[in-house]
Design a protein around this ligand. Structure first.
Ligand SMILES: [Zn+2]
Length: 92
């Protein structure tokens, strides 16, 4: 539906914003806190081991192969680890 109305980005941004607000509310209710990292943080492009940033990484690259340290890992797992590390920097 969002695509048909040419409002896909705005609709999806609004849906994510609502989800984020609800998540923050529920975490606060339970004594937790939502930690958000910079939306431009290159979590997929950064090597989780050495910090090398691969600027030419494309969406079709599903496996992360670091040209610096040789680390080989699933792209999404690499990004998830980087997001966790970045979030822990905010907490500590
Ligand atoms: Zn590396």
């Amino acid at each position: 539906m969002a695509r048909g109305l040419h409002l896909a980005k705005a609709t999806n941004d609004n849906a994510f914003g609502s989800f984020r607000t609800y998540l923050a509310y529920k975490l606060k209710e339970r004594g937790g806190k939502l930690i958000a990292i910079d939306k431009w943080y290159p979590s997929s492009k950064t090597c989780r081991h050495c910090g090398y940033i691969k600027n030419d990484l494309s969406l079709s690259d599903r496996v992360w192969v670091c040209p610096e340290c040789g680390c080989i890992i699933d792209r999404d797992v690499n990004a998830a680890i980087n997001i966790k590390k970045e979030g822990l920097k905010v907490v500590s």
